[in-house]
Design a protein around this ligand. Structure first.
Ligand code: COD
Ligand code: ATP
Length: 198
């Protein structure tokens, strides 16, 4: 199985690139989706969050993501505590999904992980695509998409490695600062390069 990483920063266009890859026939696993699955009601993950972060599970038994987000993005120590609960669960669920895909006979998989490089997981990948935009474009798209003010957007940007630093770890850099039409051919070239492995 050939496993490639896809990463970027918050609002850099990872989802956009991941959609383009799927349209080309790639199977893409999404760490944000897995991170939601491992904290569904009734999971050990949610139980541990409830114990460590009182008040973030609503009366409906679901995680109050807005509240937990406001708490952990404002405080690196609290964020580390959440990561220590969630990341091992995400890793285990990812490996399970990978095995299932391998059993299906799949040969090439892309793993979309916002924190791929921060967590060191990039070292385990056969190649890494980084979706890059200049910081001012990233901040403007983040504010527009999520309705955040400049301070809230800055807090989220500060919680991640800068895209200019992530580039240094890239096998392929996808520049998403232009229109989607100029991103698409770059994504096609990266997918061809991934398929050329093996
Ligand atoms: C704090 C939570 C509840 C906020 O939920 P919310 O629905 O608002 O955001 P969502 O999960 O869609 O994440 C949006 C983006 O925020 C960034 N982000 C999320 N968690 C983190 C983190 N721990 N550190 C840095 N950036 C993060 C990522 O770029 C992600 O794509 C949620 O992000 C969470 O559970 N985070 C911890 C798990 C994690 O690290 N996920 C990221 C990939 S494994
Ligand atoms: N090439 C582009 N031109 C203009 N807007 C774009 C472009 N690519 C993405 N966007 C917009 O920027 C925002 C962020 O893109 P997207 O949701 O794909 O980022 P992401 O990296 O997946 O973000 P996150 O990790 O936060 O989920 C979205 O509102 C999207 O519509």
């Amino acid at each position: 199985m050939h496993v490639f990483g896809l990463t970027g920063g918050i609002a850099s266009g990872k989802s956009t690139v991941s959609r383009m890859l799927r349209e080309l026939g790639a199977r893409v696993l999404d760490a944000d989706v897995i991170a939601r699955e491992v904290v569904e009601p009734g999971t050990p993950g949610l139980q541990r969050i409830r114990e460590r972060f009182p008040g973030v599970v609503g009366p409906d038994g679901r995680l109050d993501r807005v509240r937990l987000g406001a708490h952990i993005f404002a405080d690196p120590q609290e964020r580390a505590a959440l990561n220590a609960i969630v990341h091992p669960q995400v890793r285990a669920a990812f490996l399970e999904k990978l095995q299932a895909l391998e059993a299906e006979g799949l040969t090439h998989v892309v793993y979309d992980v916002p924190l791929l490089i921060e967590t060191g997981l990039h070292a385990a990948m056969e190649g890494v695509a980084v979706v890059w935009v200049p910081r001012d474009v990233q901040k403007a798209r983040l504010m527009a998409r999520d309705g955040l003010d400049a301070d809230a957007a800055e807090a989220r940007l500060a919680a991640q490695m800068a895209l200019d630093d992530k580039r240094a770890h890239a096998t392929w850099v996808i520049d998403n600062s232009g229109a989607p039409e100029s991103t698409r051919p770059q994504v096609e070239a990266v997918w061809r390069a991934m398929l050329a492995h093996g």
